[in-house]
Design a protein around this ligand. Structure first.
Ligand code: ZN
Length: 248
């Protein structure tokens, strides 16, 4: 039951995350004015703003102008619903799951902004770094040291990669890695980087092989870091435990 409610809450929060994804890179206020159609700027009526359902009922078009509503809207709403359900299913309802709900929402917004604009805005990543440290202090299981090490390790590793690849890795990725380290601690940061590299290579190579992208097209790494971080805090313990069985 709580997982079902978490999924419903996720759909509603996802609708707000869509607003953030659209407005933050455009430097618009995320609260005011209320949602409007990106094509005709008409305000969206509350009954047309029901997550997923409205998109299906309106067949992906604005009621006012008939312009296409990007498929990103229902995708983000559904992904937030699934993510929230997974977090509550894994952690129950407590201070940890609240932290992960917020952290997941931030990661999702960053991933989709990076996909569309190839940027990871400082207004999100920079405050996220001290926030992760602060939560490391406040949470019952003291993880402050691990958070601080995660911050340093993430920042330094990605700074090194950015330096060696001469621009292949952006400054935004450095700050995102530092933020993930400060939220998850150094152990899960390493798992995040491993998963992100794995999925990034897999998708990158498939895009090249199918000719959808050429070598010159930039493939943003932020979405893979976000996905890796999500998988680490949902299945990190089982993944690390599974890996450790090979080392015995
Ligand atoms: Zn419209």
């Amino acid at each position: 039951m709580s997982i079902f409610l978490a999924a419903l809450l996720g759909l509603i929060v996802g609708s707000f995350l869509n607003v953030c994804i659209y407005r933050i890179p455009r430097r618009e206020n995320i609260v005011f004015p209320p949602s409007h159609c990106p094509n005709c700027r008409q305000p969206i009526k509350p009954y047309d703003n029901i997550p997923l359902l409205s998109y299906l009922l309106l067949r992906g078009r604005c009621r006012g102008c008939g312009g296409r509503i990007p498929v990103r809207y229902p995708v983000v709403e559904a992904a937030t619903g699934v993510g929230f359900a997974a977090i509550v299913g894994r952690y129950g309802i407590n201070s940890s799951s609240l932290l992960y709900l917020i952290f997941f929402s931030v990661l999702l917004v960053l991933a989709f902004i990076d996909l569309e604009h190839q940027i990871l805005p400082d207004v999100i990543t920079l405050p996220g770094i001290p926030l992760g440290l602060l939560l490391g202090l406040l949470l019952p299981q003291a993880r402050f040291l691990s958070s601080a090490l995660g911050l340093l390790l993430g920042g330094m590793l990605f700074y090194l990669v950015a330096f060696l690849s001469r621009g292949g890795m952006g400054g935004g990725d450095i700050k995102l890695a530092a933020m993930i380290g400060s939220f998850l601690g150094w152990q899960r940061l390493l798992l995040t980087i491993f998963l992100a590299t794995f999925f990034g290579s897999l998708i990158g190579l498939s895009l090249l092989a199918t000719g959808l992208k050429s070598r010159k097209d930039p493939i943003p790494f932020g979405p893979f870091l976000s996905l890796g971080a999500f998988l680490s805090f949902i299945w990190g313990d089982s993944l690390i435990g599974w890996y450790a069985t090979f080392l015995r």
